[in-house]
Design a protein around this ligand. Structure first.
Ligand code: SAH
Length: 393
């Protein structure tokens, strides 16, 4: 029997149902419990549509099955340590994954849609110089349960009902961590996001963002049908390698080849290229020209106009960073150069920066392995003081 999330800390011997997507839960029911597949479907609906965590509430299951489930499994969502609401409607949760680790999840409502920004790792190992997650180092991958649990917590809080009352319309794997470095757990969690028995999101509404792990981009193309976003941030190798060490392993030409393969596999869909604008670093006219050339080449190879979409992200500062956000005129000027070349390049508005929830500001909490959880709690509570809301309500 396959055990999802093997690389994570196990605190409970019973299986957490959150670790299963439809296929693996069916297997669990048939092979481990000797039950019919449709029972697995009922349980998924109870959990992801009605937010039940107690098997005894799953009234259409029958007493014997409920008792069997109780013995073998749990439905354990991440623990909400605190949640904070921003003045602009953005909402951030700090979720405890185990006594030493917590991560952040952010909900961003915007004109008829609600996007959840989900984390994939505690910390990140890629060490991009302009990202605050990098400063905390890397601790571990999140399990499938911990990835989909973020969606569950937010959806429950929002009163989301799939197919009826959709508060959560999009998920972006753009929180903490590099999702392709935690491939299996992230792909399994994304399959629950897209499943009708899960959150019922269309493929194009689930986006995975990567710093450019080339072999895994190809693997993703085989395993999944989600939208791809790539953090580009520089059109030239020398600069990109300075900003993002992964570029030394997979330089721009190699990365663009993989993006072309991904786009061609999913005909008629685009790839988004994220470009964080940093003052005096990558916001000059030659950078705009270089970016236009790369994007045009991509469109030509995919044989589709606007196959490459650029998302401009004004740099979000964090304590200790040497980078700065360009002023508004410089941001508009850079955008205009792209527009003049016929490209649509929206500027991602900064949301939730009053609660440190903007791109590149997520930090979570990683505790020194020697510290006790009581100390952890105290620190988290101190940090949360001010603007804090009771998360248990
Ligand atoms: N590791 C993945 C997922 C993170 S997504 C990736 O690199 O794509 C988060 C996005 O915000 C990435 O495009 C990242 O490069 C960008 N980002 C990181 N730090 C930032 C900052 N300080 N200001 C603005 N954007 C930032």
């Amino acid at each position: 029997m396959e055990r999802p999330g093997d690389n994570t800390v196990q605190t409970e011997s019973r299986t957490n149902i959150f670790d299963f997507d439809r296929a693996s839960l069916e297997r669990f029911f048939e092979q481990e419990l000797g039950e019919k597949k449709f029972r697995a479907h009922q349980v998924m609906k109870w959990i992801h549509h009605r937010y039940a965590t107690d098997f005894n509430d799953m009234t259409d299951l029958g007493k014997a099955l409920r008792a069997k489930l109780e013995e073998r499994a749990v439905v354990r969502p991440p623990e909400v340590i605190y949640d904070k609401a921003s003045a602009d409607g953005t909402h951030k949760w700090l979720l405890g994954m185990d006594p030493r680790n917590a991560i952040e999840t952010v909900y961003i409502p915007d004109k008829g849609r609600g996007t959840l920004c989900v984390s994939s790792q505690v910390g990140c190992a890629l060490n991009c110089g302009f990202c605050s997650t990098a400063t905390q180092g890397f601790n571990r991958n999140l399990s499938t349960a911990e990835v989909i649990g973020q969606v569950w917590v937010a959806a429950k809080h929002l009163g989301n009902v799939p197919h009826q009352q959709r508060r959560l319309t999009n998920v972006v794997m753009m929180g903490m961590g590099e999702p392709l470095a935690n491939f299996d757990n992230v792909v399994r969690a994304m399959s629950i996001m897209r499943d009708d028995l899960g959150y019922g999101l269309a493929n194009k509404r689930v986006t995975l963002s990567t710093a450019g792990m080339v072999p895994q981009i190809d693997r993703l193309g085989e395993a999944s049908d989600v939208s791809l976003a790539v953090s580009l941030h520089a059109p030239f190798d020398e600069l990109r390698s300075e900003l993002m060490p992964i570029n030394r392993k997979y330089p721009i030409a190699v990365l663009m080849d993989a993006c072309v393969r991904y786009a061609l596999r999913r005909k008629g869909t685009s790839v988004t290229f994220e470009y964080t604008l940093m003052k005096g670093v990558n916001d000059q006219p030659e950078h705009a020209r270089g970016l236009v050339a790369l994007m045009r080449d991509f469109d030509r190879r995919v044989q589709m106009k606007d196959a490459a979409k650029v998302n401009l992200i004004p740099f979000n500062p964090f304590p200790g960073t040497r980078f700065e956000r360009p002023d508004e005129a410089a941001i508009r000027g850079f955008q205009k150069k792209l527009n003049d070349a016929g490209m649509i390049a929206p500027v991602r508005r900064t949301r939730g920066d009053d609660i440190d929830a903007a791109c590149g500001q997520l930090k979570g909490q990683v505790m020194d392995r020697t510290r006790r959880s009581a100390t952890f709690r105290k620190q988290v509570e101190a940090r949360a003081a001010g603007g804090q809301r009771d998360a248990s309500a």
